[in-house]
Design a protein around this ligand. Structure first.
Ligand code: MLT
Length: 223
């Protein structure tokens, strides 16, 4: 299989500890992050974020295939916050297929794979864990909205989800965030909501908290 067969322009960065003396039982080095950028971003955008959250994790970072006025996104929208649900479902299936193929090609474990998404990327990450829970163990969702409500709610009782939301986000209302939390709660997921004193943009506390959350998940129950 060639890189093109995998389906998305992307970067893959293998866990740093596998090439160093720290190659071991280190649980964190077995993690893979799927980084999903916001509107207008690309596969390079969130690498720094993944590295800050856990430098030892492997990184898979695709570029969204939909263009909105030349800006890459992961699915079409009709207006801000109003999604083209058919396209969202199609793109979610496509992304899940990509993650699956990459796990075989790059040899990483889907049971130790966590999506980290920002804005539009967080929305498709949420959609992916709802429609294809088999490709993710968890998700860190920065400024996410309810992407869709599946006809049949999946059982996400073995999944771990962090919602990091901005109290004064002009794009994602506090109600949207609460609705997303409630949706995940209904699926049985281990979901946590962290409010930040921020707007739509990330602030340092988002990263501080995501690191703490991940350490707790990895040490307590993840591997
Ligand atoms: C979306 O379209 O996914 C959300 O409105 C977030 C954004 O990209 O602005």
């Amino acid at each position: 299989m060639t890189i093109n067969d995998l389906g998305f322009i992307h970067r893959f960065i293998k866990s740093s500890s596998s090439s160093s003396i720290a190659r071991t039982n280190d649980k964190k080095s077995k993690l893979t992050f799927v980084l999903l950028h916001g509107t207008g971003g690309n596969e390079d955008d969130l690498i720094f974020l993944g590295k800050q959250i856990e430098p030892a994790a492997s990184i898979l970072s695709p570029r969204g295939k939909v263009l909105e006025n030349g800006m890459p996104r992961f699915f079409k929208r009709l207006a801000e916050g109003i999604f083209d649900i058919e396209d969202l479902k199609f793109r979610t299936n496509e992304l899940a297929d990509f993650i699956q193929k990459c796990s075989l090609h790059y040899k990483f474990d889907l049971h130790k794979t966590i999506a980290i998404g920002f804005s539009n990327g967080a929305n498709i990450a949420a959609s992916t864990i709802l429609l294809h829970p088999e490709v993710l163990k968890g998700a860190i969702l920065f400024r996410a909205m309810v992407p869709l409500v599946p006809d049949n709610l999946p059982d996400l009782s073995n999944k771990h989800i962090l919602l990091s939301a901005g109290l004064s986000d002009p794009i994602v209302s506090t109600k949207q965030t609460q609705n997303l939390y409630n949706l995940f709660h209904k699926t049985g997921a281990n979901v946590q909501l962290k409010w930040q004193h921020s707007s739509h943009n990330l602030i340092p506390d988002d990263i501080v908290y995501a690191k703490e959350w991940l350490i707790k998940i990895v040490t307590d129950k993840f591997l």
